[in-house]
Design a protein around this ligand. Structure first.
Ligand code: HEM
Length: 98
């Protein structure tokens, strides 16, 4: 097959719309960016949980809004989200895909 013909066929498979280029992408570099953005977004949620914990323990007696059980739930969610959704997505998803 001539090189020009090959290039024409490959051009047919290039993603053309925003959806196929950025959302349902098959390009490993775009997928790595998707992993990174997801990890960062989910990390921000875990960060909010850590702020809630900090507010709870930072002002004893005056700003207490969580009971012990809720505090432990926030800590568990924070730890699990950070380790599983942030670290795993970054190290196994984002960096391995690049
Ligand atoms: C990659 C993993 C993690 C990251 C990036 C991370 C990040 C953070 C950050 C930025 C804070 C706020 C800083 C502060 O309040 O001093 C924080 C607070 C906290 N984190 Fe994590 N964390 C991670 C894993 C965990 C795990 C596994 C646990 C426990 C199971 C945990 C428990 C806590 C607690 C209890 C606080 C509140 C501490 C305080 O306000 O004094 N974290 N974390």
């Amino acid at each position: 097959m001539a090189y020009a013909e090959q290039a024409e066929i490959e051009a047919l498979h290039e993603p053309k719309s925003f959806l196929t280029k950025y959302i349902w992408s098959q390009d490993h570099k775009v997928i790595a960016i998707q992993y990174s953005l997801t990890a960062i977004f989910v990390g921000l949620i875990a960060l909010v949980l850590s702020d809630l914990m900090r507010i709870q323990i930072g002002f004893p007696g005056s700003l207490a809004f969580m009971d012990a059980s809720t505090y432990y739930q926030a800590m568990t969610m924070h730890g699990m989200i950070m380790v599983i959704y942030l670290l795993t997505a970054l190290f196994l998803g984002a960096s391995a895909t690049i």
